[in-house]
Structure formats: structure tokens, C-alpha cells
Design a protein around this ligand. Structure first.
Ligand code: FES
Length: 278
């Protein structure tokens, strides 16, 4: 993974991002520390601070927390869309700023869930960024089926996931769903937001058991922002043979430093979301 993906901005920004990431571990300490962080960051950005999100669990390796869920909606034509929260204007420290936020499945779903690893600087994370919000096939996906069916930028479609109950990527067990690697809200192309999409019988089960997953999934399809919370590489579900060496053949595995995530274990976590540049 290129360095700019870990710290994707110019030198000045990099110092700033690193400082806040370091301070992020204070999130669990209490609101006093968090208020200090917010005060320190507010002059240089908008819409950061303590955020509670729903994500797929980090089960092994150095990553500090799970990766956030992107709620999905399947359109009438079968294309699959990531739900973007409603855009609102709020007062923050005497200024009017835009936020994207909505109630979904019993939690507050906000664009702040995705404001880490430099994504907070991407055009697509701006609340009012214009996008069709469709998940589009990523360049060089790690799945042979996806390379055969789609070209880069093609919207993925539920009709191509019909074999999700028996599908095998060739890694680990079959029958644990059909994955695709996508981009989202990245029409301008310079910084692409990576999203992993997965249609699995296990997701249908989660939707029956969990209010949030009932609202955030559709026909057994789920998605998450695919930025490892360790150093921002792009992990993948059942894509890499070496994942078996780390007990991750049936999980989401990050090749950079062997973090492992379980897409079927949904957790609620807090972290300090980084502010968007103005
Ligand atoms: S484990 Fe280090 S970037 Fe993913």
C-alpha cells in the first residue's frame, strides 16, 4: 500500500492527521479529553469528534477497531447503492457547517463513521458531494469472477450474485457468500473510497436478529468501508491464500500487518472522527 494512502495529504496535513490519530486513543478516556481534542481541531476543519459507529469486528492483528458498515439499498434495476445520510446544516463553534446524518436501524448513521485514514479529505466524503451512490467495480479486484463480469467503474448488480449460497472464491470454505471489491462516491476519481460488498446467507440471518442490520442490508447484501483501521490498507474477504496462515481464510484479511476482521460479527465502537478540511 502506497504511503500516500496511509497519510494521504501534504506534509502539513500529515502532521496534523498523525497528531489526531495519536490522540484518538483518548476517546475511551472520557469527554474531558475529547472536548480538548475537538477544540484543538475545530479551527482547521468541520464535522469531526467522538463518533459511535457500527462496524465489522476486528478479531486479530494490530487494528484498533472494526471497519464501519456502509448501509445498502438495492434499486429496482438491481444495481446496489450505498445509503448516504441526509445532508443538514448545523451550527458548530459559531459557524454553519454541513453534516450528513440520519437515524437508521436504531442508531445515528453519519458520514463521520468514515472520517479516518485520510478519507475525511476525499471529495466523496463532503456531505453535499453529488453522486449516484452506486457501488462500482474497483480496478483490479482480487476476485476472478468480478474481473470476468465487470469492467472498472461498472455498477455491480444483484443479478450477478445469484449463486451467493454456494459460491467459492477458492480460498477457505464455499458457501460463505459472494464478495466484490468496489468504489463509492468517487466519480471525480482522484481519491477513491474503497468499499467491500458481500452477499451471504449469514447476512440474511443477521438481518433477522439485529435491528441495525435489518435496516443496513438488503437481500443479504452488506458493505463496509474497506480501509483497515491500522494503517489504512485495503483488506479483502476470502481473497488471499496466505490468509489461511493467520486463521483468516474465511474472514477479511489485511495483507499489510495481518489484521483480521469478521464480517458476520457486528460491533458498536467509538473513535475520534477526523474533521473534514474546509
Ligand atoms: S494491518 Fe496494518 S494496515 Fe491493515
Amino acid at each position: 500500500m502506497a504511503d500516500e494512502d496511509k497519510y494521504p495529504s501534504e506534509t502539513g496535513r500529515r502532521r496534523f492527521v498523525k497528531g489526531v490519530v495519536g490522540a484518538g486513543s483518548l476517546a475511551a478516556v472520557g469527554t474531558g479529553a475529547a472536548a480538548a481534542i475537538n477544540t484543538a481541531t475545530s479551527p482547521t476543519g468541520a464535522g469531526g469528534g467522538i463518533t459511535t459507529f457500527k462496524g465489522i469486528a476486528n478479531t486479530d492483528g494490530p487494528a484498533p477497531r472494526g471497519m464501519p458498515i456502509v448501509p445498502v439499498e438495492i434499486q429496482d434495476d438491481g444495481t446496489i447503492k450505498g445509503v448516504w445520510p441526509e445532508v443538514k446544516e448545523v451550527e458548530e463553534a459559531g459557524r454553519t457547517i454541513q453534516i450528513a446524518e440520519m437515524e437508521l436501524g436504531g442508531v445515528t448513521y453519519t458520514s463521520e463513521w468514515f472520517q479516518y485514514c485520510g478519507v475525511q479529505t476525499y471529495a466523496g466524503i463532503q456531505p453535499s458531494y453529488e453522486s449516484d451512490n452506486l457501488f462500482k467495480s474497483a480496478p483490479s479486484p482480487p476476485y476472478a469472477w468480478q474481473e470476468e463480469v465487470y469492467g472498472e467503474g461498472d455498477p455491480i448488480n444483484i443479478r450477478d450474485f445469484q449463486d451467493y449460497r454456494t459460491f467459492s472464491t477458492g480460498i477457505g470454505k464455499a458457501g460463505l457468500g459472494k464478495p466484490a471489491m468496489c468504489t463509492w462516491r468517487s466519480e471525480e476519481g482522484e481519491n477513491t473510497i474503497p468499499v467491500q460488498v458481500l452477499r451471504a446467507p449469514q447476512v440474511e440471518r443477521l438481518a433477522q436478529e439485529d435491528e441495525f442490520m435489518a435496516a443496513a442490508t438488503d437481500q443479504g447484501v452488506m458493505a463496509w468501508l474497506d480501509k483497515c483501521t491500522h494503517f489504512c490498507c485495503v483488506p479483502a474477504y476470502k481473497a488471499y491464500a496466505q490468509s489461511a496462515n493467520f486463521g483468516a481464510a474465511n474472514k477479511v484479511y489485511c495483507q499489510c500487518h495481518q489484521s483480521v476482521y469478521d464480517p458476520f460479527e457486528i460491533v458498536e465502537k467509538s473513535f475520534v472522527a477526523l474533521p473534514r478540511p474546509e
